[in-house]
Design a protein. Sequence first.
Length: 84
Amino acid sequence: MGYGGFGFILLGLVVLGLAVAWVVVGVHALLLGRVPGKRLPWRVRQPRLWGAGALLMLFNGGSPSLFAVGVGLVALGYAVKSQR
């Protein structure tokens, strides 16, 4: 295995790490109703909607329309004002 194979393995590990982090943040937002971090809570107005969209973006089963629905839910999580 040469250096090219090592690059693909490293890239795969980075993508896997980002996917796991996205799932953790999505589940956190969906279940607890708030997003972690310093800047993200100031921007996300509807954390549960944002979390559902984040999870749907990853677990769409290869369907482009479900991915688009997930992106839409994430965008709505940013845009829709809270009822509180």
